[in-house]
Design a protein around this ligand. Structure first.
Ligand SMILES: Cc1cc2nc3c(=O)[nH]c(=O)nc-3n(C[C@H](O)[C@H](O)[C@H](O)COP(=O)(O)O)c2cc1C
Ligand code: SF4
Length: 512
């Protein structure tokens, strides 16, 4: 048990606080986000931004024109080159107008690659969720050439989709300028008219109403502080899922695949080509046939000299030296909040071809290091931090799936420890025997997704018929472990936030 946080109520409160905040906003706010984003509070007084993405100056000139036009209407925006804009600040923005050109192969100009990559990666990062930019209203004008066919204004179109996917509210429909055959100036003017119309409170064709008096565009007073909304929007706790499907679609009980034969080294590969492609699209690096590694957004953040995750605040773990990995992408549940929905491999026991633990560790470190190297040259990344990042000191075995399903988990953990890498492992409490036989880890977490049998069944949709007995046995096994143990609560309002007494009983079983 850790000394600083060994106080049971303190630890439970902190974990519950993180998880509850995350899920409450992921789940509830998704449905409400349109309503909310249309009703800006007077706290949002950040000045609007005009961002330009430009290589040869066309988009920059147009952006400058828009800037002047708005200024002549009494509204002052900041005019910023996307090249020098810090995308981590986007969630703080309340209104962003982007003028963006498209270049070779439908890509942005090289100077704006970081901005574009940040957006694309945030959409794919399941931990970010659909709320990151929910306070941000935006409009995009694309500068390109129709001669490029399907790639005409690909960058501008991509920005619109990505910002929408991250919860942004599009207040002016995409404008498209064609520098070759089209009427660039005219099309831009029309788009600018819509922007001015929006700012003057006119209802646009997409039904969004602007309002000059809402405080967003106040040219005199610029708020320095961060809004309350932003504070509420703290999402992401390592492997917490981002997108919650509606309850009615997910309430059906999970079906066992019925094939669990307990073979330690089966013939089938766990990761099928379809699953592999799906995971790789989301930034996962697949190791062998059942393991994965992914660079965490906190790792990137701390590499850039920004904040780390809660393990940095709690335990001093340096996020830029942390590797997030799992030796089993499969698990024995189909939790309703799992981002993988129905695409993940499931099983009651190991039934797949098995890779060597040493090879998994070596490949994980190599792949992780390669991802770290790609951060070279990114604003804020110093050589010193980059080099530190190349030698991970901590491994979060909690990416996705159930790590203790992997039959060689003990050897794998030993390998990590031999390399002076500390280990945090998260299990979903369905394999009590595995918990018992697990060698000491730096910290062992058990996910407590619900406090009663019925709610656990509804939320985790376990494959095992005796899931509740397994769950209780897992907590009992935890108590008997002579090491640091933690319950991790994932609280979703309306699903599992009641039954306080039942949670209390569970705490007295495991004594985390
Ligand atoms: C090599 C090259 C590739 C281009 N590729 C595209 C493209 O894929 N799609 C598109 O819409 N426009 C494309 N364009 C047109 C540019 O977007 C256009 O020249 C624009 O004015 C550049 O704006 P900027 O000066 O703001 O960067 C391309 C232009 C060049 C020279
Ligand atoms: S523990 Fe590591 S992987 Fe997990 S959120 Fe923190 S930095 Fe990222």
């Amino acid at each position: 048990m850790p000394s600083a946080l060994s106080s049971f109520p303190a630890r439970v409160t902190l974990l519950a606080l993180f998880s509850a905040t995350t899920f409450y906003f992921l789940y509830k706010s998704r449905r409400l986000r349109h309503l909310k984003t249309l009703t800006l509070s007077s706290k949002h007084t950040t000045r609007g931004k005009i961002l330009f993405v430009s290589q040869t100056g066309t988009s920059e000139n147009l952006a400058q024109r828009l800037h002047n036009l708005l200024a002549s209407n009494g509204v002052v925006f900041d005019l910023v080159d996307a090249q020098s804009y810090e995308p981590e600040d986007l969630p703080k923005e309340t209104l962003v107008l982007i003028v963006a050109s498209t270049w070779e192969d439908g890509n942005p100009p090289s100077g704006a690659r970081f901005f574009a990559t940040w957006l694309a990666e945030s959409v794919k990062d399941f931990r970010v969720g659909a709320l990151l930019l929910k306070g941000c209203r935006f409009g995009v004008f694309g500068v390109g050439s129709r001669a490029y066919g399907e790639r005409f204004n690909a960058v501008a179109k991509g920005f619109v989709k990505q910002i929408r996917d991250l919860g942004g509210s599009e207040v002016v429909p995409l404008g498209e300028g064609d520098v070759d055959g089209g009427e660039l100036d005219l099309d831009f003017e029309k788009w600018c008219e819509k922007v001015v119309g929006f700012l003057k409170g006119k209802v646009l064709e997409n039904g969004v109403n602007g309002n000059l008096e809402c405080g967003v565009y106040d040219s005199e007073e610029e708020s320095e502080g961060e809004s309350d909304l932003e504070e509420e929007e703290i999402v992401d706790l390592e492997d917490i899922a981002g997108k919650v499907p509606p309850r009615k679609k997910t309430a059906a009980a999970a079906e066992s695949n019925g094939n669990g034969n307990g073979k330690v080294n089966g013939q089938r590969e766990m990761v099928t080509p379809v699953i592999r492609a799906n995971l790789e699209k989301q930034g996962y690096k697949i190791i062998g046939s059942h393991s994965g590694v992914k660079i965490c957004r906190w790792t990137k953040s701390q590499l850039r000299g920004r904040g780390g995750c809660y393990k940095h605040s709690f335990y001093g773990i340096e996020s830029h030296r942390c590797m997030e990995a799992t030796p089993s992408l499969a698990c024995a549940n189909k939790c309703v909040f799992c981002w993988r929905h129905h695409t993940n491999p499931v099983g009651k026991s190991w039934q797949w071809k098995m890779d060597d633990p040493i090879e998994i560790v070596n490949s994980a470190i190599e792949m992780h290091s390669n991802m770290i190297k790609q951060m070279k040259g990114v604003p804020g990344v110093t050589l010193e931090r980059l080099n530190e990042g190349l030698t991970p000191r901590h491994c979060a075995l909690s990416l996705v799936g159930e790590p203790i399903m992997y039959p060689e988990i003990n050897t794998l953990v030993d390998e990590l420890h031999k390399r002076r890498i500390s280990t945090f492992l998260v299990t979903n409490a369905q394999f009590p025997d595995k918990i018992k036989s697990m060698k000491p880890l730096t910290q062992l977490y058990v996910s407590v997704d619900a406090a009663t049998k019925d709610s656990l069944k509804a939320i985790d949709r376990p494959l095992f018929g005796d899931f509740w007995e397994r769950f209780i046995d897992s907590l009992t096994a935890l108590k008997e472990k002579h090491q640091r143990t933690v319950y991790r609560l994932t609280l979703v309002k309306g699903w599992n936030t009641e039954d306080v007494d039942a949670y209390y009983k569970l705490f007295s079983i495991g004594e985390p």
